[in-house]
Design a protein around this ligand. Structure first.
Ligand SMILES: C/C(=C\COP(=O)(O)OP(=O)(O)O)CCC[C@H](C)CCC[C@H](C)CCCC(C)C
Ligand SMILES: O=C(O)C1=CC(=O)c2ccccc2C1=O
Length: 298
């Protein structure tokens, strides 16, 4: 291979390692919690929004860098050339870099709690981080038992959205439930789809992800079920008056859902064809959550 094609390959691997589009999973709960708060109170507070957004991105960087470190320890990422640990060969450095991201992220959240003289937001985010650690870190590694998806739903659904809402208005409200369920569902779908192409490596490392447990064919049917549930909850919530009707804008994300379902149904057992399916799910998550929040503000 020539040195220029080697460097193109390397930059491709770095791009895959950074996973930039995935960072929308950190942004959307803050956007949604804030949008519901603005719709309810008529005003938004921009400093907790900005601080929370920055902190959430740093926490997601911690989650992903430490995931590469912990996965390097179990050997499950042997064939994952875009693992930051495999790319740099510096596990200790990445470990400390991930801890620095976590520390800075938590300092941002602590600043919100300190300025509001109320530890609730910090408590909720600490709980998310503890659950995030339990997904991948020793001695728990709950993701290896197939518990990643429920943890993901709880963290990116009710917990993160309640924390973002609380950071705006310093009270809780049952009105966050529909957006918490909808954002939790699409974020969890991203994680679920990310497991299809990894079945062989997961089996070899003893990781019983939901896709390993169910098999790829039944898992592909579950993708249909999850999308159906998402649009069912959306429409039912609008009909019951739990969501304002402009949130039906989120129905415009339907083409991404159809594309995802069809691709999973056709290629569920062909890793090469579905290795990027999580990024289709990211598009579904991004557009549906963006439009849900916009629907609240209109
Ligand atoms: C790191 C995650 C998935 C990667 O999984 P896997 O090891 O299977 O994949 P690769 O090695 O191939 O990349 C995501 C796991 C999510 C976790 C279950 C829940 C995390 C909670 C967060 C800490 C919540 C942060 C909320 C924020 C908005 C304040
Ligand atoms: O690398 C991944 O596959 C994921 C990383 C990540 O941070 C995340 C967060 C929320 C849901 C899914 C995922 C991933 O799949």
């Amino acid at each position: 291979m020539t040195s220029s094609s080697e460097s193109i390959d390397r930059s491709r691997l770095w791009w895959a390692a950074i996973k930039l589009p995935l960072y929308s999973v950190a942004v959307m709960p803050i956007w949604l919690g804030t949008a519901v708060a603005i719709a309810k109170t008529g005003r938004g507070h921009w400093w907790p929004f900005g601080l929370f957004l920055t902190a959430a991105v740093l926490i997601l960087a911690w989650l992903n860098l430490s995931n590469d470190v912990f996965d390097a320890e179990t050997g499950i990422d042997r064939h994952k050339y875009h693992s930051v640990v495999n790319l740099t060969g510096k596990k200790q450095l990445i470990f400390w870099l991930s801890n620095l991201c976590l520390l800075l992220g938590l300092l941002g959240i602590a600043a919100i709690s300190w300025l509001q003289q109320d530890g609730t937001v910090l408590g909720l985010v600490l709980l998310c981080c503890a659950l995030g650690y339990s997904y991948q870190g020793p001695p728990f590694r709950l993701g290896y038992l197939g518990l990643g998806e429920p943890i993901c739903f709880i963290c990116f659904g009710p917990l993160a959205i309640a924390a973002a809402y609380y950071s705006q208005v310093q009270t809780f409200s049952a009105s966050i439930w529909p957006v918490a369920i909808l954002n939790g569902l699409t974020t969890t779908l991203i994680l679920f789809c990310s497991h299809f192409h990894q079945v062989a490596d997961d089996l070899a490392a003893g990781k019983r992800s939901p896709v390993v447990r169910l098999g790829t064919a039944r898992s592909a049917q579950l993708v249909y079920g999850a999308c159906g549930l998402f649009y069912g909850v959306l429409v039912a919530s609008v009909l019951w008056g739990l969501l304002p009707w402009p949130t039906l804008l989120a129905l415009s994300s339907l083409p991404w859902a159809i594309y995802l379902c069809q691709r999973m149904a056709q290629f569920h057992s062909v890793p090469e064809q579905i290795k990027n399916s999580k990024f289709i799910a990211v598009q579904l998550h991004f557009w549906s959550s963006l439009l849900l929040g916009l629907g609240y503000l209109l």
